[in-house]
Design a protein. Structure first.
Length: 709
């Protein structure tokens, strides 16, 4: 029987938190979409006006509905946000933090910020905790956490109401267990959000995890669902190069956003349209395809990623991610050796017997083991020298061919249990991603295991003694991470700026980079666009040096830009520089080469080969245009929440915004606008608040918008 206390009133839940904790509240709330927004807001509002008690929040990735920076963007976004994000409640603490009005007795500590949201925000920057994802539980304990609150999914079945940590089993279980093992007080609170997909397996919470569960009106709401972003030329090129490094039968990690979608689509093209993929890669690789993987996936891939994103779901649906891994070392080793069939068979019984994993006659522990993994039917009973299924008995002797044949014929289970194709720590995605999870059948859902970040991000032995199993599961791993800048000596800056301002956080990147080196057949892949274009102008993302370092140069391995792949493992410094120059934008190659020579790290007479001197977006467009136009590489391979009119408006606004940072583009745009005003659909002008433009500014903006439409 469940020992949980269920509450049906939000205000009462806040009362209980305040009454249960002595003194200050130090609350941990999950990263991303697993936060209990209504509960956090209610507690924050109660404590904001009561400075007698401090409130500290320890979290990461606090997600707010998008807001435009200009009046034009705000007008455009308002109906889109209402449609896509529905009743998702923003966080009051984020609004106050962004506005600089967070009360003195309240602090917000994030270890991973929403990218770029807190640049220049002194309060957020000063309270930032720089830590690896796998160390977050340790650091929360050091911060004195005494409350953890999480949104959960609920399912009612024969065993009563079950709770699932859904998107975020990443840290909660470990925090609760470690706090209680240390004898430290921790109030664990769950809030039911019926919109959260119920994830089975490792995400299901035992009865003793939460002290009370809030299931109240106003607590269920839409899950934060960022729409798919369009995939640009550079991202597709990077994704294609990345897809050509993934080995069949391997392990894959990718991230969110247009680059993750580009990799997923490239892998699907490689599997389903191998000829197209080969031709695309031939065009992108002027030096040939040596060392690249271009064939279809005969064995399939296994997904192991801290973030389970829509791209993974699409790869599962496409059958690319289908390599099963097992929660048992013997079975996993048999699987790697190609000795396991798609469903349990007689061969697995004999293989386990030969390995000494089970005995004959089967013991009670052997039967429990075989049933746990679906090898024998769950209804099989053991009674001395006989196995029973219903009223039929079978001789318990796998060493006898007749008895073994009868057992294999009648007692085998219909499918593997506990075998999965995907391990994830948390998920975020568009609306149709969440709906897909809700619609999956129980057997389909069972193939996706949302689990602890300690299992996914760490390789080395943990309390469960699973290092050997992890190593066996993560065969031929390709761990793909994005970065902002890479130095010519191979160091990467992924989380912050040279001035110390944090853009995001290290998250689990360091862990996956280290795993890429620790596993004998794995690779660590760092991906970045070759250039960055903003109000400061066009800059190279491959630089001589950079003051912020996320991944040190001694961990350099593979770097990808839109212009190719640089293999850096085991290279000398000079060779590392040469290989990175080959994938840099050609407008910056000479200056970078001169810098390296000036510091004595490159031969004075070194010159770039001719084929590398044409790395430009124009070249890229020429090589990819046929595949873009034919639909092999569409802007939105996995759909979009924007309608056709909104897509047209967005494209025009992006051109206008880009020109605002570049006078060389803005001037001809202005001159062009002096002609007869181009007709614009009235609905577009209404959407942007320009239908009744009277001021000079609004009339001018309307003309510029028309020019770009």
């Amino acid at each position: 029987m469940s020992t949980r206390i269920w509450l049906s009133n939000l205000a009462l839940a806040v009362d209980r938190i305040l009454q249960s904790v002595d003194g200050d509240i130090v609350m941990a709330i999950p990263l991303g979409v697993g936060k209990p927004n209504p509960l956090v807001n209610a507690l924050y509002q109660r404590m904001r006006d009561n400075p007698s008690r401090r409130l500290e929040l320890f979290t990461a990735l606090s997600l707010q509905k998008p807001q435009g920076k200009s009046a034009l963007e705000q007008h455009f976004l308002e109906p889109l946000v209402a449609r896509v994000f529905e009743d998702y409640p923003d966080f009051d603490y984020v609004k106050d933090l962004q506005a600089g009005r967070l009360p003195a007795h309240i602090r917000v500590h994030e270890f991973f910020m929403k990218t770029g949201d807190y640049l220049g925000n002194d309060s957020a920057q000063q309270a930032f905790v720089c830590t690896n994802y796998s160390f977050a539980v340790r650091d929360m304990m050091l911060q004195g956490v005494n409350v953890i609150a999480q949104a959960v999914a609920v399912k009612t079945g024969p065993a009563g109401r079950q709770l699932s940590l859904s998107s975020n089993p990443d840290l909660t279980f470990d925090l609760v267990e470690r706090m209680r093992a240390a004898g430290r007080p921790l109030l664990a609170v769950a809030m039911v959000n019926t919109q959260m997909p119920f994830m089975p397996g490792s995400a299901v919470a035992p009865d003793n995890v939460f002290d009370f569960v809030l299931d109240a009106p106003g607590c269920s709401h839409a899950v934060f669902a960022p729409p798919n972003a369009a995939i640009g030329w550079a991202d597709y090129a990077i994704g294609l190069h990345a897809a050509s490094l993934v080995q069949d039968g391997g392990t894959l990690q990718i991230g969110i956003g247009s680059l993750g979608d580009a990799i997923a689509q490239a892998l699907i093209v490689r599997d389903r349209s191998t000829s197209d993929f080969s031709q695309i890669m031939t065009g992108l690789c002027p030096q040939g395809l040596a060392g690249r993987e271009i064939g279809p996936f005969k064995q399939g891939l296994y997904g192991c990623s801290e973030m389970f994103v829509n791209g993974f779901m699409r790869l599962i649906d496409a059958g690319v991610i289908r390599r099963q891994v097992f929660a048992d070392l013997d079975l996993q080793q048999l699987a790697l050796a190609g000795q396991l069939a798609p469903a349990p068979d007689a061969a697995v019984l004999q293989a386990l017997l030969q390995r000494g994993r089970i005995a004959s006659p089967l013991r009670a522990a052997d039967l429990a083991y075989l049933q746990k993994h679906g090898i024998l039917d769950a209804a099989v009973r053991l009674d001395g020298q006989q196995l029973w299924l219903g009223q039929a008995s079978y001789r318990n002797d796998l060493g006898d061919s007749t008895a073994a044949a009868a057992i294999a014929r009648d007692l085998l289970g219909p499918a593997w249990l506990g075998a999965v194709v995907m391990h994830g720590g948390f998920f975020v995605g568009p609306r149709d991603f969440y709906q897909r999870l809700r619609d999956l059948s129980e057997p389909e859902l069972a193939r996706i295991d949302m689990t602890r970040i300690a299992y996914i991000n760490e390789l080395y032995d943990d309390a469960q003694g699973s290092e050997a199993l992890k190593r066996a599961q993560r065969a031929k791993a390709c761990f793909m991470n994005t970065t902002m800048k890479v130095t010519l000596l191979g160091a990467a800056s992924s989380d912050g700026l040279a001035n110390g301002q944090m853009v995001s956080g290290v998250g689990g990147q360091y862990n996956f980079v280290v795993m890429g080196h620790a596993l004998p057949d794995a690779r660590s892949v760092m991906m970045l666009r070759a250039t960055h274009d903003n109000h400061d102008g066009l800059l190279s993302n491959i630089v001589w040096n950079y003051a912020n370092c996320t991944i040190p140069r001694h961990l350099r391995d593979v770097v990808i830009t839109e212009y190719g792949v640089a293999e850096l493992r085991g290279c000398t410094d000079a060779e590392c520089i040469k290989r990175l120059l080959l994938i840099a934008d050609s407008r910056f190659q000479e200056a970078l080469m001169k810098e390296a020579k000036a510091h004595g790290k490159l031969e004075a007479d070194y010159e770039l080969p001719d084929y590398a001197r044409h790395n430009s977006l124009d070249m890229l467009r020429e090589r990819l245009r046929p595949w873009r136009n034919s639909g092999v590489l569409p802007d939105f391979p996995f759909g979009t929440d924007l309608n056709d009119d909104e897509l047209q408006i967005v494209r025009a606004l992006k051109k206008l915004k880009h020109a605002g940072h570049h006078p060389a583009e803005l001037v001809p745009m202005i001159l062009k606008s002096f002609g007869a005003e181009k007709a614009v659909p009235p609905d577009y002008l209404e959407r942007l608040g320009l239908a009744e433009a009277h001021s000079f500014k609004d009339l001018f903006v309307r003309r510029l918008f028309a020019v770009n439409l």
